[in-house]
Design a protein around this ligand. Structure first.
Ligand code: GLU
Length: 304
């Protein structure tokens, strides 16, 4: 398969979508990003990388980070984790408080904010230096030390984190947050503010495509079962309230973030990362989804 040719052709097809989406502005530092950017990287399990557009520019990965923290925590806690967080699509906005009241502080899944906060809370209990541990983990998956926290974005989110604070305190009242909420929000805002390029992101998702083994180091990170389970949660809950439509149109497990990044993969075959900051009404990258739909259609391959 000539991935170079495929991604270049589709790149041209989706450029008319650039500038049509809306950048996230509830985190002020994200509102300053130029929406007319588009980066695309496909990487195969033999570490061959196919790139076009703004593929080397680091951007704020935001909620894509929730997959990394989930992987770190599940590798320690295994199935016990599911007593504190569910694995069903929520059907509610990613930062909703309403459902939590009914479900007594147990978030629907690890990718809505409440669920991600529970995961980060467990991570803080597991690692004495959680921020360093997250960065180390992501660097080891991406095979580069050149990945950092964007402190300006972390601070910007931290200053506007009232709703996430509310979610954390609310869950704490049910006993589902164990650590100090200020510390939790600080770590959470930093994980969301990891800056990575599409090239880094595609490589870091190869571990999932390789069923839990990091192809860069050859080391097993997740058991086959853990890798399968995280993939299942990505396929059902990875795209906010557009998860069903993403499965329908694209058909890959993956995760998006409000920075406009999307990382996805085809088990046993490849990973793909797309970044374009203009978002559709669900908060997913508009051009990113347009690209991915055409990509899986073109290569005639998806998990379905
Ligand atoms: N840091 C963002 C928040 O908590 C993550 C949002 C996202 O990418 O879904 O609001």
């Amino acid at each position: 398969m000539d991935y170079d040719k495929v991604i270049r052709r589709i790149y041209n097809e989706v450029t008319p979508f650039l500038g049509k989406g809306k950048v996230a502005d509830y985190i002020p530092a994200l509102a300053e990003v130029n929406p007319e950017q588009l980066g695309i990287v496909v990487e195969t399990l033999d570490l061959k990388s196919f790139r076009t557009g703004d593929s080397e520019i680091p951007f704020s990965i935001q909620s894509v980070s929730k997959v990394f923290t989930l992987a770190m925590v599940i590798s320690h806690m295994g199935e016990e984790l599911w007593q504190s967080v569910g694995r069903e699509p929520s059907g509610n906005p990613f930062n909703s408080l309403v459902q939590l009241e009914h479900e007594r502080g147990i978030p629907r899944n690890p990718f809505i904010n409440a669920g991600a906060l529970v995961i980060t809370d467990r991570l803080i209990s597991l690692y004495p230096r959680p921020k360093e541990a997250i960065l180390d983990f992501v660097r080891s998956l991406a095979g580069t030390d050149d990945i950092y926290y964007d402190h300006r974005i972390a601070c910007s989110e931290r200053e506007h984190a009232d709703r996430n604070m509310a979610l954390a305190y609310f869950m704490k009242s049910f006993g589902n947050i164990h650590n100090d909420v200020e510390t939790l929000i600080d770590v959470y805002c930093h994980q969301c503010a990891i800056a990575m390029s599409c090239a880094d992101l595609a490589r870091s998702f190869l571990m999932f495509a390789n069923r839990g083994v990091n192809p860069v180091t050859g080391k097993r990170v997740l058991t086959i079962s853990q890798s399968k389970r995280i993939g299942a949660v990505m396929a059902t809950c990875g795209f906010y309230d557009e998860s069903g439509d993403f499965a329908y149109r694209v058909g890959l497990p993956g995760k998006s973030g409000v920075g406009g990044g999307i990382a996805a993969y085809m088990p046993g075959k490849l990973s793909v990362a797309v970044w374009s900051p203009g978002l559709n009404s669900y908060g997913n990258s508009l051009a990113g989804i347009e690209f991915l739909e055409r990509f899986t259609t073109d290569i005639r391959s998806s998990i379905f």
